[in-house]
Write a protein that binds this ligand. Structure first.
Ligand code: BES
Ligand code: ZN
Ligand code: ZN
Length: 476
């Protein structure tokens, strides 16, 4: 589908269908008001009414805000997909909202059909955005174009991440993830370096190696970098890439194992961020580090009671093999810090069920030592359409991961504050000079959904991509 922003009023654009977003107030003055009301349209948020004879589709919005429009645009996109219209035009009210309408449309149009024997092809070919203005805002058309183009890139990168997350474990093992990273690097002018199991051995990365040992697909560490000329900052992005998490010997119950293909969502988000940042041509050096492994069971599996020595020399008492993500990240975080000197290091991981309990399934848990950086992140990403909540560290919780026989234990001794104790475990692998530059994002809740919500379809959501690209943009 093409999206075209035209420097023309709505009436001058020829399209098969008109899309309008209406609040309860604007419904009153709309030319089709009587017809819409007769059909029971109340302009509730995301409520759709299609008047085919008028070639009009309207969607209700609570108010003219970016979040409401983004969600409404996604609803419209999902509805239009059921019809045969080839072109549609959007009536714009406030031009400053153009980007969120575009995002909603692209994200809402997404459908993962890789495993369908008869995939449905989309009929809509072009979506036009008109430039009528309903208030006295003055936005140069070139500026508008830039924000729309940027929204297209970021939304497509989010869909790319969704595709990767949705790929099943038989089609996405750690080596497949390397191939994906290499392909992205070839297409987008990035460099890609892979550490196989022998290289991981040479780097003394016993934590990631132990997690992946019982799988026939051995672990990999993938380093993808985007290096523009004269960068304004350097950022390292680390992703948990468990291509499958069975729990290992601390085996997950059958129902919890379903959806664990999504345990690679952090890694997939990092690849999506690199795709977006390179296509936007942002003057920020970005390094992606992915720990790819499969947590499985066989006679060689690592065990509760094992003590592992991680790359940075820290010894870890394993008390639960299902708390494997933090072990993978331990080695990858250590490698990332020693390989690239960066201004920020962020990690993304579907790390704990506890984060879902703490914040609910829609919100990413953000943790770190630097409150100023957390605020900076919240401020830069507030309009991205993703939710982030901060979970605070404290010294009491720190004590819960003390080990009697090793330096640290991979689970807390009490079941409370599990998202925070997981982050405090990661803190053992953050060098002193990077403590204030590190943020950990637990995306266990928002990375995957089994019910359509907002701009998200069933499956991978691409969580992390939009917020992080907004943050990286804010560094420029
Ligand atoms: N990948 C899971 C976390 C997860 C749970 C992600 C639900 C998405 C949805 C992680 O590896 C895990 O199993 N964590 C354990 C930790 C526990 C053993 C301390 C958990 O959350 O139960
Ligand atoms: Zn696990
Ligand atoms: Zn996991």
């Amino acid at each position: 589908m093409n999206i075209e922003l035209l420097d023309k009023p709505l009436l001058a654009i020829d399209a098969e269908l008109t899309i309008a977003f209406l609040t309860k107030d604007s419904l009153e003055s709309h030319e089709a008001s009587a017809l819409l009301k007769r059909a029971g349209f109340k302009a509730d948020q995301d409520q759709i009414c299609t008047l085919h004879e008028q070639r009009l589709i309207v969607c209700g919005i609570e108010k003219m805000g970016t979040d409401h429009l983004r969600s409404a645009a996604a609803s419209v996109a999902r509805t239009i997909a059921n019809f045969a219209y080839k072109s549609a035009k959007v009536q714009q009210y406030f031009l400053k909202n153009s980007a969120s309408i575009v995002e909603g449309f692209i994200l809402g149009s997404y459908a993962y059909q890789q495993y369908k024997s008869k995939p449905k092809s989309a009929t809509l070919e072009t979506l036009y955005l008109a430039s009528d203005c309903f208030n006295d805002e003055v936005i140069a058309f070139s500026e508008l174009e830039e924000s729309v183009n940027s929204a297209i890139i970021v939304a497509n990168a989010t869909n790319y991440t969704r595709d990767l997350v949705n790929t099943t474990p038989q089609d996405m093992n750690p080596q497949d993830m390397c191939d994906v990273a290499q392909k992205l690097s070839d297409e987008n002018g990035l460099s890609c370096h892979v550490l196989d199991e022998n290289a991981l051995e040479a780097e003394k990365m016993n934590a990631i190696l132990s997690v992946g040992r019982a799988s026939i697909h051995k672990p990999r560490l993938i380093h993808v970098s985007y290096k523009p000329e004269n960068p304004k900052a350097t950022i390292s992005l680390v992703g948990k890439g468990l291509t499958y998490d069975s729990g290992g010997l601390s085996l997950k119950p059958a129902t919890s194992m379903v959806t664990m293909k999504m345990d690679k969502a952090g890694a997939c988000a990092v690849l999506g961020m690199l795709k977006a940042v390179s296509e936007l041509g942002l003057p920020v050096e970005v390094h992606g580090f992915i720990g790819a492994a499969e947590n499985m069971v066989d006679g060689s599996a690592y065990k509760p009671d094992d003590v592992l020595k991680a790359r940075n020399g820290t010894t870890i008492e394993v008390r639960n093999t299902d708390a494997e993500g933090r072990l993978v990240l331990a080695d990858v975080l250590s490698y990332a810090q020693d390989t690239v000197k960066s201004d920020f290091i962020f990690d993304y991981a579907t790390l704990t069920g506890a984060c879902l309990v703490a914040l609910g399934p829609y919100t990413t848990g953000m943790m770190g030592h630097n409150n100023h950086l957390k605020h900076k992140f919240q401020k830069a990403t507030g309009n991205s359409g993703e939710l982030t909540g901060s979970l605070p560290f404290n010294d009491h919780l720190k004590k819960l991961i003390k080990s009697e026989i090793a330096d640290v234990c991979n689970i807390g001794s009490k079941p409370y504050g599990g998202a925070i104790t997981a982050a405090l475990f990661l803190d053992h692998f953050i060098n002193d000079d990077m403590k204030s530059k590190w943020l950990h994002f637990d995306i266990a809740g928002p990375a995957y959904t089994e019910s359509i919500c907002d701009v998200n379809p069933h499956g991978g959501t691409g969580a992390g991509v939009r917020t992080s690209v907004s943050f990286i943009k804010s560094l420029v």
